[in-house]
Design a protein around this ligand. Sequence first.
Ligand SMILES: *Cc1c(COP(=O)(O)O)cnc(C)c1O
Length: 469
Amino acid sequence: MISTELRSVLHDIADRAVAFRESRGDAPHRPLCTYAEAQAAFAADVPERGVSIQSLVAELEKLAEPGLANMVGPRFFGWVIGATEPAGMAADWLTSAWAQNTGNAHATPAASACEEMTGRWLLDLLDLPRQSSVGFVTGATIANFTCLAAARGEVLRRVGWDVEADGLFGAPPVHVVLGEEAHSTVFSGLRYLGLGAKRVVSVPVTEQGLMQPGAFAKAIARLDGPIVAIAQAGHINSGGFDPFQEIAEATHAKGAWLHVDGAFGLWARACTDRAHLGRGLELADSWGVDGHKWLQTPHDSAYAIVRDAEAHRRAMLIAASYLPEGKERHPADYAPELSRRARGFATWAMIKSLGREGIASMVSRHCAQARRMAERLSAEADIEIMNDVVLNQVAVRLGVDMEGTVADALTDRTIARIQRDGVCFVGGANWRGRQIVRVSVISANTTDADIDRSADAIISAWRAEKHAN
Ligand SMILES: *Cc1c(COP(=O)(O)O)cnc(C)c1O
């Protein structure tokens, strides 16, 4: 029997997990070792004999910890990454213990019903059409893919082509229209779907990376046949929102499908002082949004939301005859997987833990903190903020009066120095032809004091690199 060992192991890892979390506030925010060092740490032959869980847990901790970034730290601003808050983590531990294969509702009524209810909560919180279906998937990449699969099937069905049965060979061509600065993962979805990453109509964007409404209307008006348009809520650098009202009108005038990539930005809709940003996106046909970014769930959590539940099911249904049929909602009908984790529990837990008010105030606070960061940084004479800070993203340009290549090289060195110093973690990006520092405020643990401390760290790293030059 494993019960005695399991009990002591779970108590032991609870202590280890708490110790890890408690140490994060002051810990450096970058990993302490390089990839090569992590490789060397894990290098080993296949173990011939098993060892106790106790000893392998201790070993895993020793091998892994130096190579872990402090992504749950209060000053982690790299990429766009949530902090896996305790409520979601707790539910996720139980989810592992419960070990439910969440393919269908008969096998696991609780996991399926929890997803159904949590899906309704999401539609309410994000104020999306209440009849929409919600698939629980691993990330916004797969949420976008799932929604675009529904889109592809439906726009082809309208011209009499059954893509699920007959595939794309010989099908009427599907046009895809999107902004020049659509997120890279949207193109992955188009690749997976046989629509091609390059076979798209790119719409010119504004300085904030948002589709120009006039240009979008013109581009889509020229097209005939099945069309899928893809807009964005939350540009990766500017945090900005495409002009949905105009885009939705032009899309629907053509009988086309409109999908919104709202990986983090869709959460603006859960917050009264930011909801105006996403006005009109409720007119779209599908939406992809992450749980593991702004909602702070553990990773592998996102939602594929489709207004036309039938189109969603047609694209994802696993119609194997041995699966029981009926009125129950089968999780596998809305996601591109059969056997999978019961993802609904962690999302349910985060929504219970924060409540509508808690989600709204967290989103609002992060946006205010992004503005605070922008103000602090732009007080420095040669630092400029390149975006309108409408959401949680800050695009920072260093060396405004310097020659471009010099400033770019110094920016990269400054980012490396900031990461090395370890006070906070920021990433870089290339935007509008310049290297930038990108700050994404999205960790539940970030306080105003963390913003101030991080702004100071960024400025002093910049000054140090300038003087070393
Ligand atoms: C993060 C992100 C994605 C991809 O989401 P994953 O959860 O990493 O798969 C897609 N679009 C945007 C705008 C994002 O920020």
